[in-house]
Design a protein around this ligand. Structure first.
Ligand SMILES: NC(=O)C1=CN([C@@H]2O[C@H](COP(=O)(O)OP(=O)(O)OC[C@H]3O[C@@H](n4cnc5c(N)ncnc54)[C@H](OP(=O)(O)O)[C@@H]3O)[C@@H](O)[C@H]2O)C=CC1
Ligand SMILES: C[C@H]1O[C@H](OP(=O)(O)OP(=O)(O)OC[C@H]2O[C@@H](n3cnc4c(=O)[nH]c(N)nc43)[C@H](O)[C@@H]2O)[C@@H](O)[C@@H](O)C1=O
Length: 313
């Protein structure tokens, strides 16, 4: 990408999209184009075609999707498979028909088998059963990967696919029914502290392990790979170490300054027992994560507090 390349960031207001926009603007890319979902519904192929014909971007970061945590995926499987198949199919096809030079597709580590060998390598894709709680979403993501690879092979396009681990940071989703674990715990522990509650409820047994990458790190990796990597091979994006949900809850409690008890509600699903990504390909491509979980948690909580203050004011 050149500083004057026309860059479309789909999903620019989201956790990932907003981090990509921050990074691009900080580094002098000033020919950016974006639309909210109200202005451009990416599930609507006519709207997507009209947008691409009018704008003809050179580069596309496809960070728009129907995204949610374990409960949302479990409760709304049709929404997750339908919306994501429609969004990615419309954008990838319109990108081809309107001469996009390069597109970066965001998959997720939930595409790997539920019991894949840990850490999970990119070549473990489609070697085993998927995690039931998010299988529809995972299948949509796998279809997106295969669509990029198929367009590259048949039409000679340059579409790359990255597989981020669990992410967190500014503009995350803090709704307790649809969010991922880390933002949910930030909110739960904060509200327990403010309300002087005796306990905080954590879903599941606390024994699953998860890996967490701060969104600014992910954005940096995505832009680095857009500028340096081309090929059909997936690239895992992670930090290379994980933590149990119980340990995460304790860390969030410390960060927030909550002194009460944690209650594990085992009626809620644990999901995949572990999904640590193998980052050796990413390392060999010249990138590694910089932001630690302790530093990232502080920054994420500070952002949450700023937003809470704004709402109160
Ligand atoms: N969060 C995570 O832990 C992980 C996320 N990812 C992937 O990263 C990508 C971005 O995720 P994340 O940033 O967390 O998601 P968010 O929910 O924070 O953001 C998603 C964005 O997609 C846009 N969007 C959703 N539906 C439509 C639609 N019909 N038309 C147009 N825009 C739409 C929304 O736009 P608007 O705000 O205008 O409504 C929103 O800004 C996804 O592909 C996700 O699978 C991968 C691994 C982990
Ligand atoms: C990124 C990834 O994210 C999703 O996979 P997930 O990592 O299983 O999702 P999660 O973050 O919601 O849960 C992680 C763990 O945490 C536990 N947990 C405890 N307490 C809360 C809690 O309060 N909220 C949530 N959501 N989980 C909680 C929860 O029970 C589970 O054991 C996929 O949908 C898919 O979208 C995907 O790609």
């Amino acid at each position: 990408m050149n500083l004057d390349s026309k860059i479309y960031v789909a999903g620019h207001r989201g956790l990932v999209g907003s981090a990509i926009v921050r990074n691009l603007q900080k580094n002098g890319y000033d020919n950016l184009v974006f639309r909210t979902s109200k202005e451009l519904d990416l599930t609507n192929s006519n709207q997507v075609d009209a947008f691409f014909q009018e704008q003809r971007p050179d580069f596309v970061f496809l960070a728009a999707a129907k995204v949610g945590g374990i409960a949302a995926n479990n409760d709304y499987p049709a929404d997750f498979i339908r919306d994501n198949l429609m969004i990615q199919t419309n954008v990838i096809d319109a990108a081809y028909r309107n001469g996009v030079k390069k597109l970066l597709f965001l998959g997720s580590t939930c595409i790997y088998p539920r019991l894949a060998e840990q850490p999970m390598r990119e070549d473990s894709l489609l070697t085993g059963e998927l995690e039931p709680t998010n299988e529809p979403y995972a299948i949509a993501k796998i279809a997106g990967i295969k669509m990029c690879q198929s367009y590259n092979r048949q039409y000679g396009t340059n579409y790359i696919s990255i597989m981020p681990t669990n992410l967190y940071g500014p503009n995350d989703n803090f709704d307790l029914t649809s969010s991922h674990v880390l933002p949910a715990l930030i909110r739960k522990f904060h509200e327990a502290k403010v309300n002087q509650a005796d306990t905080v409820e954590v879903w599941g047994t606390g024994s699953p392990k998860r890996e967490f990458l701060y969104s600014d790190d992910l954005a940096d990796a995505a832009i680095y790979l857009m500028n340096t990597y081309s090929g059909d091979d997936l690239v895992n994006i992670g930090v290379g170490r994980d933590i149990s949900i119980k340990e995460l809850a304790e860390k969030v409690g410390e960060t927030v300054g909550y002194k009460g008890e944690i209650f594990f509600n085992t009626s809620k699903p644990d999901g995949t027992p572990r999904k640590l990504v193998d980052v050796s390909r990413l390392t060999s491509l010249g990138w590694e994560a910089k932001i630690s979980l302790d530093d990232g948690l502080k920054m994420a909580y500070d952002w949450f507090l700023e937003q809470t203050e704004k709402v109160r004011l």
